[in-house]
Ligand binder design. Structure first.
Ligand code: SF4
Length: 290
């Protein structure tokens, strides 16, 4: 989709009296020389994959390369077998689905990168859990996922979605922003609320470092997914109440790009600083790689 900024996206939606997902699916169909129905069917396939990844992830506790991670989703489910989650069933589902998905990623299972594999447990966890709880039909889910993809695509015009380029703000941060916007679409928000939710989620993750322990997408990546899934829900709730980001979304994205440029390369996936060089991380590295 050839839309460079969110201001442009708003103008086009207003001019054509269309929602973000409508504009996006029509533009994708025209570019691919196919129909809107075909595009929506492809998006549905991604939703099917998200659902099956959650199912598989919830039944596995197989450890990953480090032998350090992989059983957190199981631990969470054991807790919820005996305790009610503090914020209820939906909260429980979101963080369980998130861990199930990201743990499948570390086992090299099939995931939908949204926008990246290291941040794959944010958008699916929230959208699938909310759709189940509110009985949203598949069309509502497709509309939300297309909205998420559109938000990610517009952000990627200014910020490369890679921890090595702009830190984790460009991976888990953007995933939370996409998720907040998509959830707001799913819950019936208008375009202003969708973009405010996106801005609120994004601006509170500015400067998030990428400092993976042993260079593996495990620590801190795994727990970052469920925690930021809830962050996205909070941003959506605020926006649906009419609370606005005082800094417009396009300017927030400019700030993400500038922050990424100013961040030390030592904090951008090189594992040369931050959590990756803590005493415990270095000991683990020695154990795994010798
Ligand atoms: S910390 Fe780095 S490797 Fe892990 S999810 Fe974030 S950007 Fe990806």
């Amino acid at each position: 989709m050839n839309i460079m900024t969110f201001d442009e996206l708003v103008d086009l939606c207003k001019k054509n009296n269309k929602k973000i997902y409508e504009l996006s699916q029509e533009s994708e169909a025209a570019e691919a020389d196919t129909s809107v129905e075909v595009i929506r069917e492809r998006v549905k396939e991604h939703i099917d994959t998200m659902q099956s990844t959650i199912k598989t992830g919830m039944t596995s506790s197989e450890k990953a390369i480090s032998n350090w991670c992989g059983d957190d989703c199981e631990k969470l489910q054991v807790r919820y077998a005996h305790h009610r989650a503090l914020f209820g069933k939906l909260f429980e589902k979101i963080i369980t689905y998130s861990l199930a998905t990201i743990e499948e990623n570390l086992r090299m299972g099939k995931v939908v990168a949204c926008p990246t594999a290291g941040s794959c447990g944010i958008v699916p966890a929230v959208l699938i859990a909310v759709a189940e709880d509110y009985n949203y039909d598949i069309d509502t889910q497709i509309n939300a996922l297309i909205t998420a993809g559109t938000i990610g695509a517009v952000i990627s015009n200014k910020v490369q979605l890679a921890g090595a380029v702009a830190g984790c703000q460009a991976e888990c941060g953007v995933a939370a922003a996409m998720c907040a916007g998509a959830l707001t679409q799913m819950l019936g928000g208008d375009i202003s609320q969708i973009l405010n939710a996106t801005a609120l989620a994004m601006k509170n993750l500015l400067g998030l470092t990428c400092d993976p322990v042993c260079g593996l997408v495990e620590v801190p990546c795994i727990k970052r997914n469920p925690i930021l899934a809830i962050h996205a829900v909070t941003a959506s709730e605020l926006a649906l109440a009419g609370i606005e980001s005082k800094i417009p979304l396009d300017e927030v994205i400019d700030a993400v790009r500038q922050t990424g440029q100013l961040m030390s390369p030592m904090l951008k996936e090189s594992s040369l600083a931050g959590l990756a060089t803590t005493k415990t991380a270095l000991k683990l590295k020695e154990k795994i790689f010798g």
